[in-house]
Design a protein. Structure first.
Ligand code: HEM
Length: 145
């Protein structure tokens, strides 16, 4: 469970994230593919070019932040993305790589608005969100066996 202060900080940055969501996602992919080229093959690079996918991921971040008090509310949404993830063999060990690059991207795009406090809060929030995704996907992997 996240403490109240962390949740408040995360919620108070949703507006800025909405404004810069696509920029954040673009920086995110740039960092992910340069730091961890081994995961690039999982992604459809055509979607990257036409900008479809940056939008989807940006919306997923906002969706998660909006529901940070109660991630259960986003279960149906996460199950849908989870099916895509499972089809592409996304595994628990991939989540920290994505988290790292997400924080780098938030920091770069928000600039001065991204205090250490904000980054730390988002790190914690991402941890909770990732845990939720991993659990949902575990069930999908189990059901597939
Ligand atoms: C909490 C973290 C994550 C969120 C919120 C998230 C969100 C999303 C969303 C919204 C989509 C689009 C789904 C669709 O169109 O059906 C997607 C697709 C995808 N995700 Fe994630 N994801 C997360 C973590 C990860 C991780 C850790 C990986 C592995 C490196 C990953 C790899 C992918 C891939 C390969 C696709 C398909 C995109 C394509 O076809 O290019 N995701 N994700």
């Amino acid at each position: 469970m996240l403490d109240t202060q962390t949740k408040e900080i995360v919620k108070s940055t949703i507006r800025a994230l909405k404004q810069y969501g696509e920029d954040i996602t673009k920086v995110f992919y740039r960092e992910l593919f340069s730091r961890y080229p081994q995961v690039q093959g999982m992604f459809d690079m055509e979607k990257q070019k036409n900008g479809k996918q940056p939008k989807a991921l940006a919306m997923a971040i906002l969706n998660a932040a909006n529901n940070i008090d109660n991630l259960e509310k986003s279960r149906a949404f996460v199950e849908n993305i989870g099916k895509t993830h499972v089809r592409l063999n996304v595994a628990p060990e991939h989540y920290p790589l994505v988290g790292e690059c997400l924080l780098v991207a938030i920091k770069e795009v928000l600039g001065e608005a991204a205090s250490d406090e904000v980054i730390e809060a988002w790190g914690k929030a991402y941890g909770e969100i990732a845990e939720f995704y991993i659990k949902v996907e575990e069930k999908i992997y189990q059901a597939r066996k």
